[in-house]
Design a protein. Sequence first.
Lengths: 416, 983, 117
Amino acid sequence: MQRYSGFGLVKHALSHHENWQRQWRNPTPKKEYDVIIVGGGGHGLATAYYLAKEHGIKNVAVIEKGWLGGGNTARNTTIVRSNYLWDEAAALYEHAMKLWEGLSQDINYNVMFSQRGVLNLGHTLQDMRDIQRRVNANRLNGIDGEVLDAKGVQELVPIMDCSKNARYPVMGASWQPRAGVARHDAVAWGYARAADAHGVDLLQNTEVTGFKIRDGRVYGVHTNRGDIAAKTIGCVAAGNSGVLAKMAGFKLPLESHPLQALVSEPLKPILDTVVMSNHVHGYISQSDKGDLVIGAGIDGYNGYGQRGSFPTVEHTLQAIVEMFPIFSRVRMNRQWGGIVDTCPDACPILSKTPVKGLFFNCGWGTGGFKATPGSGHVFAASLAKGEMHPIAAPFSIDRFHSGALIDEHGAAGVAH
Amino acid sequence: MTQPNRIAWDGLQIDRRRALSFRFNGKTYQGYEGDTLASALLANGVHLVGRSFKYHRPRGILSAGVEEPNALVELGREGAHQPNLRATEIPLFDGLEARSQNCWPSLKWDLGAAVQLASPMLTAGFYYKTFMQPSWAWRHYEKVIRKAAGLGKAPTVRDEARYDKRHQYCDLLVVGAGPAGLMAATSAARRSARVILVDERRELGGMLLEESVHIAGQTAKQWVQQTLAELEALETVTVLPRTTVFGRYRHGKFGLVQHTEQGQVLHSVHARRAVMATGAIERPMVFSDNDRPGVMLAGAIRRYIRCYGVVPGRRAAIFTNNDSAYETARCLREAGAEVAAIVDLRERAPSVAGLDDVEILTQAEVVGVQGSQHVKAVEIEVGSKRRRIACDLLCVSGGWTPTIHLLAHGGKDTLAYDAAWGAFIPTCSEPVPGIHATGACNGAQSLVNILAQGIAAGEAAAEALGCEAATPVALPEVQHRGGELSPSAAPVCEVRGGRGKKFVDLQDDVTVRDLELALREGYRSIEHVKRYTTLGMGTDQGRTSNINGMRIVAERLGKRIDEVGTTTFRPPFTPVSLGALAGRESDRRLDVLRRSPIHDWHVRNGAVFMPSGLWLRPQYYRRPGHGETLTEAARKEAANVRDKVGIADVSTLGKIEVQGRDAAEFLNRLYINRCGNVGLHKARYGVMLREDGFVFDDGTVVKLADNRYLISTTTVNAGAVLSHMEFHQQMVWPELSVHIEPVTEQWAVVALAGPASREVLARLMPEEDVSNQALPFLGYREVCFQGVTTRLFRISFSGELAYEIAVPADHGLTLWEALLEAGEPFGIMPYGLEAMDYLRIEKGHLIIGTDIDGRVTPHDIGLGGMIRGDDDFIGRRSLQRPALTEEGRPRLVGFVSADGETPIPASAQLVAERWTGTPQDSLGRITSPGFSPVLDCPIALGLAEVEAEGGSLYAVSPLTGEQAEVTVTRPVFHDPKGERLRG
Amino acid sequence: MFYIHCPYCGEHREEEEFHPKGQAHIVRPKDPESCSDEEWGDYLFFRDNPRGVHHELWVHAVGCRKFFNITRHTVTYEILETYKMGEQPTITAETYAASAQPESEASQVVKQAGVRA
């Protein structure tokens, strides 16, 4: 792999950038791999990378029906945080957070992980009690967090209206300083490049059309480019997971919903943290290009349409304009819907399945992007060992029959 | 003051009698009513208006419309301005104030331009390859990067502008009032369709206003005016100028934003059908230094001359790959400008009347532009020969792109590549059901075709709508002065030679080299290329750059454009201010605020409110002159209830009446404790589960009469419980005859609690027997109070002898004041939520949302014993699942502070060892901390994995550093036998 | 934005008046006690999530407050029909696939972009 550095950039500038290498190959599929990852989004690419790097399993294919990172990796609002309420979720997201903190160096690709902090606002006494409860639980788990009062929030975000007159006045917030945002596309590209360098085959425009299953065991996949064999297969296909599960003969408790988001025109930076409010279903940050990135709520109906909708966005913007009156004149430049696959308890599935050798990683809802490195890391370990990694274990499909749901609804709500 | 580039011309859109004065970058200029900021600047010879995003290159005005990538300005007084507005879209008004963006200290001398020295390094995606070492340094690099980010500055003061919303319904929405749109609207309107005709410009007529053409024997302007007059005379037609259709949503819904003198109006239009008559947008050419101020689109020049009487240069060169730009040459000469040369990429030039004496160079290219802040000359290459042509204006045309964005908002599949246009056009005249495409946006090229398509679209729409028949609109006769010129373009947009930067996307400073780098590095999908280079991601959404970018990518990959494909089209078509989308529903109007019927009394008597769902409820009463803290006031209020008597406004609790033959059975199936079986005129405390077995809500069920029950819910869950009941009634047990009615708002309810409450009640209603025998605990009676029906319940949340009294909402205040009067001799005091909390914690009563958070079963909170019988109820089966029955689930317990003094911190976690900062396993949490006056000791309720009473844990709040050793007790601290509330 | 026909009110109304309530035709087991944990978990949590025709439950929340069914395409979002409780859909994934619907927006999505030269 051609190493990236500031020095390299200068050197290549002298040769007019004509000697940069391809970031990944465009290989023809082999007949057989040790492991196949279905889904070339951030999680799938991360899984492949950690399989190769940490477990020495390099004969790996990532099968992607479109372009790498073209699903929710390309359409999320890039927030990274780990201040989840329940121990199981907190462990998973904090595991991811620790990996985020060295990711650019690890994969030698600047994913622009910006630890600018995330504020989760409280607007009522009950909100504030819930926030204190969550931060106390986080601290007990070794996760950083503070609780700010309205004055503290105002100091951190001077442009926010923290006056008492608002319909939902800001009473305070939880503040996770290590949280922040990352450049979403770069995460997929960086993992892709690093995985490719380890020998992983990234097969784009390749669609899985079925599984080869015999006696309850998986032996490979059928694709539009022919059959590919592997005895360990990990499906990391977000909104397509249900379709894949159906091919393998079982059901998943997933529903796909559109999550509305929008960006503004670029402005000179004025908002240096991430501000989220569950209460009004909105969250906002400002990218390094200057766009305000605004996430709205999830549409309540199932849908695979990546088209922006209207009522949800109107409601979110009413709240955003209330909190940030100066943004009233700022203009929306683009709106879209991301498709989130949600579980009934707002927690993901990382699990073995009724088919031996076939593993699923899905159901991340609105929390997928922030978990990317952690999800890939524990899923790779599970695939390598054939047993779920301890951090992944509570996220088994079995919980929907045993009742051991985790339920981040109260803590995470809509806004991520 | 002169406007050196302004000429006299017939048929202009400006009013020369009304001169306007405006300021740009601090300097005062003049323009006319009807100008845009761009036309007025050009009239004054101002070409340099901005700096580019990445390299801070000087930029001018490229276009005359929404496609403008360069001329973005801040409009308005600094701080109260709007950033990133296109000068080509801003109507001039007297006193207008605007500034260039992204430059410091001035537009001419911009220090940011120093970044150009480093530009060899600033290729596409350079930031992904550097700033990684050392790892801690990224946050500092990022600060520098953020300094360079963004275009305009955010405003600093609150927006005083007015934003309104309208919902409209029509038969036909016609988007674009050019020739096709006017004809479509007229055709449909004649057949009595209700039509809304929309155009983003102030002056309607579209392309007609920039062409030299006669229609039906009139000038284009006269014809447009006459057609509009006919339309506007009809009641069924609404014409909205300065209105942009920014999005096409599902089911015939369109988002429109209208700009008026008073402010912006967001129209949400539901149209049964729509006609897209959105025309086409000209593409520039890609060549060395093609971004210099003075390089302008050829069609835009025609608009500036023919609409505004503005000739942006004295001596122009034209660079084109199609015929349409030759019209610009004719137009420039009519306007008195010199045309130095027409540089045509193609082998053969068209023969165009009136240009005989103009030098036309074929198979020629522009390879360079001189003049950094304004074009001085162009370098051209014909064959292998280079030439320099002095000029102050370079008109470019790289062909035209049909404006298909709104069609494509539903998906790109409605489009197909068209070789003649060199762009994507709709697959047919109704590419989406109910949406007709017509005119240039549907690929029609000559004006006659455009008009004919417009008529056809209007007719087709009217037919599909089932409109009555009418005489069809006749196709008007068209006469072009000097012949019509085709926009069909040669499939080339790029000049290979030249040393300067070749910009594909002017707004985001994406060059040909950037695209090549992305391809070299293996980014093949057009989406990857777009994202890696930021091609087309600016505020113009790549209107002038996408097709050129795709063509270059396709060529490098050896593919066809349609194989490369387009990127996704997303709303809005042009940016829409957040204020317009929010409308007036922010601030106090964001959500309704609900107040109890007794609210005003609380306000007058010092209540401090807290929100509870949508309601405001008194948290405590701050008595004038006492200066008490929350805790002091609430303790006093609570003590008064324990010792004497108090009243609380509990009107906000949800109330639902359930009636019908099967009401009892219905309730039995919803509550864990068969609440339908409650005796007549009796109340029962009931708990409802979700189907997954976790506690959903609690409250009382009172049997008012046979087949008639009143249930209460928590304040916050009132709506959810109603939905839960309706769902089960309609969906699960439709065979049960039940009627459900929410009655929360119909009643004002007051809780009267304390040892003296019976005496107070007796004074209030001397005619009623309120003795323990006549109205025992959990009893109910309907009485008459001051002539109105009053419901009297003997229920208690505080643990004291207590009543709840409900009167019709209008009488709430009367009841409240009468209670205060009756209780005066007993020392009655109102109490708020905080005191209520103290009282119920002592009693071990739980609150949904506080103690019960969606992971709690009835067994967990000691209510498993309430479950009666073997009959099914909602949630029962789920309780048997392994995870809900396993040992070691956290259960409700009480805690007292081990030393009897240390307060138990709020929102604390429970751990086994004293907290020293090292992570520990959580054994549970404190849900409700309090203080017991009875025990004179801090107490708390909590959920914990503990075995026995008497054990000891630590309640810790790492957040505040507080912790207390606590002893596990039963979760009731006061009157465990319930003698007081029964007494 | 949906424009929904409420079969009880007999009118088309804006999406904001309605709430989606998940998959339609979920029948609560008549005798929950006899269900295995597997069956009960399936009833509670496992729903169809098709890319295509989906029967779903909606409620006219700020209208008549009646629950009713919508058959909707989850990719194009086209509403194929709405019908009352207790009724069965006339359009299903099978009938929909069988009937070529040239005029529907849904079929457009399937169509590949061609070249119109």
